[in-house]
Design a protein around this ligand. Structure first.
Ligand code: PLP
Length: 375
């Protein structure tokens, strides 16, 4: 499929210069078709097709596992990134003098659940960024043998700094600390692989670079850990034989040994069917090609706005997000929206997030419009 064919499958590309994947992606027609199919089935057949949704869920679990280099039994579907982070924070066992480490660049969802652990007497440590960069040396100072968990985003949401999760993974393992990653700003744009970069848990919703729906998220727990962690909340999906629930042993309920135990009850099957279609859509393209396009477009944004004299806030270690300073960014974003150019305002600047299907011409149209509005 060439770029024109790909763009023809993304109807938003006809109406907008859409450079806002770090907020919420538009959906490809293939994904929309899967949604229509689900909605129709749901309306016309009710419970008659329940087993199909269960089968689709297991097929989606396999697709996710392949996508991230993990195993299907390591994947649970939850409702959002925040839920998975809370699950980890509430499941972890803590001893006296334990601490948790996160950063001052995190989205609130990867800050508050760790902050709140202070109510259980856990020490809360925050690695401070310098000019939107988190230095490995500062993590080294913050992490010690009493660190129970280190929680970072793969890519930070506002200015797009990319953490060196391989180095952090090693640091955590040296100190026997659990490693949690929020990859919502990288998955679908950059390779994110739990085999190459070992981590204990991750949680990510799917509505950004994965080009899928809200209300469905991927929760990952490393295989060896599943038996060691008891769900914070539990329900019939936690049973080993959940579809045969009438027969479950009420004296000694048998809990599944897969991550499904964290799902608790019925899933957002609409979201699951959407995610299945989104992954099939993305799987048509090689991940290296997608990454190359995302990085080239980000480099093009950086060059084009720098040339016009705007200050780029995004550090050199970045992914798809580029942020540059303007006066009154909120007003500029609204003025751009009136011209059908869609970006966000973050960290006192304009956050641009182009995906692989965007073009350099679209970036140029954005930059021209910003110049026209601001100068
Ligand atoms: C890094 C990061 N984590 C999490 C979220 C959103 O979390 P949730 O899926 O719980 O809405 C965002 C949304 O912008 C984000 O940028």
């Amino acid at each position: 499929m060439n770029l024109d064919d790909i763009r023809a499958r993304i109807p938003a590309s006809r109406q907008y210069v859409y450079l806002n994947h770090a907020a919420c992606a538009p959906l490809p027609v293939d994904v929309q078709a899967a949604q229509k199919e689900y909605v129709e089935e749901r309306a016309l057949h009710g419970d008659v097709v329940y087993e199909q949704w269960i089968e689709k869920t297991e097929a989606t679990r396999r697709l996710v596992a392949d996508f991230i280099g993990g195993h299907p039994e390591e994947i649970a579907f939850l409702k959002n990134t925040s839920e998975g982070i809370n699950l980890v924070a509430t499941m972890l066992p803590f001893a006296e003098n334990d601490n948790v480490v996160t950063t001052d660049l995190e989205f609130p969802s990867n800050f508050l659940p760790w902050y709140d652990l202070q109510r259980k007497g856990v020490e809360f440590r925050v690695v401070k960024s310098r000019n939107h960069v988190l230095e490995l040396a500062d993590f080294e100072k913050a992490i010690d043998d009493n660190t129970r968990c280190v929680a970072v985003s793969h890519v930070e949401f506002a200015t797009g700094f990319k953490n060196d999760i391989t180095a952090l993974s090693k640091l955590c393992s040296d100190h026997h600390a659990y490693f949690f990653v929020d990859p919502i700003q990288s998955m679908g744009a950059l390779p994110f692989n739990v085999r190459e970069t070992p981590m204990d848990f991750f949680s990510s919703a799917c509505y950004k670079w994965l080009m899928s729906e809200l209300g469905i998220s991927i929760f990952y727990i490393k295989r060896d850990l599943i038996d060691h962690f008891h769900p914070s909340y539990i329900g019939w999906f936690s049973l080993k034989d959940y579809l045969d629930y009438e027969k479950f042993n009420r004296e000694h309920p048998e809990i599944t040994t897969t991550a499904r135990k964290f799902e608790c009850g019925n899933l957002n099957f609409y979201g699951v069917c959407t995610l299945h279609a989104s992954l099939q859509f993305l799987n048509q393209f090689s991940s290296t090609w997608v990454e190359e396009r995302v990085m080239n477009l980000a480099a093009h944004v950086i060059d084009a706005v720098s040339e016009k004299g705007f200050e780029v806030q995004t550090p050199s270690d970045h992914a798809g997000i580029v942020n540059f300073k303007v006066k009154n960014p909120g007003q500029v974003v609204e003025a751009l929206k009136a011209r059908n150019i869609i970006v966000s305002s973050r960290a006192g600047g304009i956050r641009v997030s182009a995906h692989f299907w965007n073009t350099c011409e679209e970036v140029d149209r954005l930059v021209e419009a910003v110049e026209d509005i601001c100068c």
